[in-house]
Write a protein that binds this ligand. Sequence first.
Ligand code: FAD
Length: 299
Amino acid sequence: MSSDILLNELQKYGIEYKKDHSLKEHCTFHVSGTCELAIFPSDTEQFVFALRVLDNLGVEFCICGRGSNTLFADEYINKAIVFTENCNAVRIDRDMIKASSGASLIRVANLAAENGLSGMEFASGIPGSIGGAVYMNAGAYSSCMSDVIVKSSAYSRKEQKIMTVEEHCFSYRSSIYKENSDLICLDAEIKLTHSNVDVVRKKMRELSEYRRSKQPIEFPSAGSYFKRPGSDFAGRLIEECGLKGMRVGDAEISVKHAGFIINRGNASFDDILRLEEIVKAKVLADFGVELEREVEIVR
Ligand SMILES: Cc1cc2nc3c(=O)[nH]c(=O)nc-3n(C[C@H](O)[C@H](O)[C@H](O)COP(=O)(O)OP(=O)(O)OC[C@H]3O[C@@H](n4cnc5c(N)ncnc54)[C@H](O)[C@@H]3O)c2cc1C
């Protein structure tokens, strides 16, 4: 990493950064690695500046939203990581919400509810950022981001552009941002439907109670660890294999929901990956189904 020039540029623009930064608090799995450089732009303008400097200097980097679909290696990661958490402006205009990449999905869902807008209820329990949710096409209870996104602004090495809804190429847990690593989401515009505050809040409460009853949200995890295989559920297959409660170190197949790998305390990166391999092998042997990891790995 050409660190002196990079750090000078970041300083010149007043962008916060930390060297040798622990990642434990940036990942809902609570697996602790350290990255060489953590960069914290305070708004979209600083975000774009940081990306441009990194690109111009050829520095290897990745983006972290709320770290709720990421597993960091618990070692030294020789990369710069740009955290979007402070790029969190949210603006509402009638039935439209414009949110910067790092805005919390839960906050946006709550804002929609306060304003009697329906459409974001599904996201009220998803602990990600807008950027991460667009990247993943996050979804739940038969709704997903592609139902509400109308456009987004994207940074790429070549240009900054507005992405129309079609250009997002949304599919199950994927979008153009995931397919093309050159593209980074700066903000997104969401179109909702006028409804009634009480009706929206009631739906959110019901979904939240359902989530609490079905998912081990009391333990660190990254949500569903595997993608849905076709029209089936990874959790169902894993449960039928008799793997509920199976542990490698402190990594465990949740007893409450077999689709979740949870951290019972001090799970290491290797514990989680070894458990993943065991699950994949058993599901393949018993059902002939190849499970695919949904969680993203940074090492
Ligand atoms: C308890 C729990 C429940 C969950 N429930 C659900 C659920 O119901 N449905 C669901 O879909 N997911 C769920 N998840 C997973 C996760 O919350 C979502 O995938 C979320 O969208 C990830 O957002 P994030 O900001 O945390 O992404 P991160 O984990 O920070 O990043 C994920 C990926 O997105 C990329 N990324 C992040 N921001 C940007 C950006 N601005 N531009 C380009 N790329 C970017 C990162 O580089 C990384 O590759 C759950 C997770 C937990 C812990």
